[in-house]
Design a binder for this molecule. Structure first.
Ligand code: URA
Length: 245
């Protein structure tokens, strides 16, 4: 967005309605710019300097958005897709205005923490393979995950395409006997993000991930009060912790 912007465009960006609704509100004298009733919805203003009040409410200008989503199963981590529902489809129209995109990908059936932003710089820093940002997952695995697996993951395992993974930290949380097999609940922290990495790491040791949830990415932890499919803005503290890593 350039430094100066039309009043109606600014208000539309901030979710105050369509351009025509905003034009109407301006005509009705419901919009103030620097304490004066705005006469023209095409007024050019500097959104960082002007004080804009819409129907009595002060408009807080911003051009970046940071949303934490608890991704549900069955949606894909993309901005648009001809056939499948995407994580962007889960957002309210006003939260789509600043064109957020998902930072990295979770598989269609994976749930949990997904950051959505339009801050390309932050996304790049979180995803850059050179930064080794840790990501922690919780998984239910068919098979008895044991200390041997923990040691192997620490040393690195060879995936189906021959790639050897970086050291990863495996914590065995629980194990239970079910009718068909033993199942293990684990936490795994990886510092890279190869395609289907967690699932393929367990395949490499002869086990199968049947449920996968991301708990954290760098300093950002999933807000456990968010139901699957729900999202919220990052708090100032969360944003600061990510920006200063
Ligand atoms: N690893 C996987 O296998 N799938 C994901 O969605 C994320 C990490």
């Amino acid at each position: 967005m350039s430094a100066k912007i039309r009043l109606d465009k600014l208000l539309a960006h901030m979710g105050y309605g369509t351009r025509s609704e905003i034009k109407k509100a301006v005509k009705q004298g419901k919009v103030l710019v620097n304490d004066k009733v705005a006469k023209d919805s095409g007024l050019i203003i500097d959104p960082k300097l002007a004080t804009v009040v819409f129907e009595g409410q002060t408009v807080v200008y911003r051009d970046v958005v940071y949303l934490m989503l608890n991704k549900p199963p069955g949606v894909i981590s993309a901005t648009e897709d001809g056939r499948e529902r995407t994580v962007i489809d889960l957002l309210e129209p006003e939260d789509r205005l600043l064109s957020p995109f998902p930072v990295g990908r979770l598989d269609k059936d994976t749930v949990g923490l997904l950051l959505l932003t339009n801050d390309g710089q932050l996304a790049h820093e979180l995803l850059s393979p050179r930064k080794h940002v840790p990501k922690t997952y919780e998984a239910l695995v068919r098979g008895a995950v044991d200390d041997q697996d923990r040691i192997q993951f620490e040393a690195g395992v060879t995936l189906d395409d021959g790639y050897k993974t970086m050291p990863a930290e495996l914590v065995i949380v629980d194990r239970e006997n079910r009718e068909d097999a033993i199942y293990s609940t684990i936490r795994l922290t990886i510092k890279e993000g190869k395609f289907h990495q967690v699932k393929r790491m367990f395949e490499a040791v002869g086990k199968k991930v049947v449920f996968l949830k991301r708990l954290s990415m760098g300093a950002l932890e999933l807000d456990q009060t968010l139901a699957e499919g729900d999202y919220r803005e990052l708090t100032a503290e969360e944003l600061a912790s990510l920006a200063h890593r």
